[in-house]
Design a protein around this ligand. Structure first.
Ligand code: 5GP
Length: 190
């Protein structure tokens, strides 16, 4: 059972929309906000650190944790598993922090079935063309993966109305400030 001392904030948005840059800025501006570190079976990208960006796990280890019910939610996305550790989030909430979950839409909808009063924010790109350009320019994925991520992006953007708030990422600084505003105003009303 979760201790709801802090607030859970779900932030989603299609791959390539700029979530990492925006969230880095959000976290640097508000020390009471902490990012949940998910587990994944995908391989680390250049520069990613185990325990900081993700807990990078083999599939059998991930399945074991899943069978032990240790994930608050999980998803299978573009060939890999991703999951939110219930213990990780709970210990942050217990210490009074507000916790950001950077998860996909499927994860958000399953969390909604378990928890009330989750603040949800969807980050959208200015357009699908801009998103495609960003995905290609960052050079992290092969063309086939980019095509898959773009297809997934269209599906996700169609479902963004299920979120409490939606913010367009034209400019990461402005987007970060808008997200902080949303969080501040939401907390005032609690
Ligand atoms: P990436 O491979 O680009 O780091 O992440 C791919 C997608 O998985 C992103 O949309 C990201 O938000 C989502 N994701 C990362 N961790 C989790 C998680 O723990 N649960 C869910 N449901 N999605 C996640």
């Amino acid at each position: 059972m979760f201790c709801v001392k802090g607030l859970i904030i779900v932030i989603s948005g299609p791959s390539g929309v700029g979530k990492d840059t925006v969230l880095k800025r959000v976290l640097s501006l508000e020390p009471n906000l902490k990012l949940s570190v998910s587990a994944t079976t995908r391989s680390p990208r250049v520069g990613e650190i185990d325990g900081k960006d993700y807990f990078f796990l083999q599939k059998d280890k991930f399945s074991k944790l899943l069978n032990n019910d240790e994930f608050l939610e999980y998803t299978y996305y573009c060939g890999n598993f991703y999951g939110t550790s219930a213990n990780f989030v709970d210990s942050l909430l217990l210490s009074g922090k507000d916790v950001i979950l950077k998860i996909d839409i499927g994860g958000y909808f399953s969390i909604c079935k378990k928890l009330k009063n989750v603040l949800s924010i969807f980050i959208t790109p200015p357009s699908l063309e801009v998103l495609a350009r960003r995905l290609r320019n960052r050079g992290l994925n092969k063309e086939a993966e980019i095509e898959e991520r773009l297809k997934q992006a269209e599906i996700e953007i169609d479902q963004a109305s299920g979120y409490k708030f939606s913010v367009v990422n034209e400019n990461s600084e402005e987007c970060a400030l808008k997200i902080l505003d949303i969080i501040k105003n939401y907390k005032k009303k609690l």
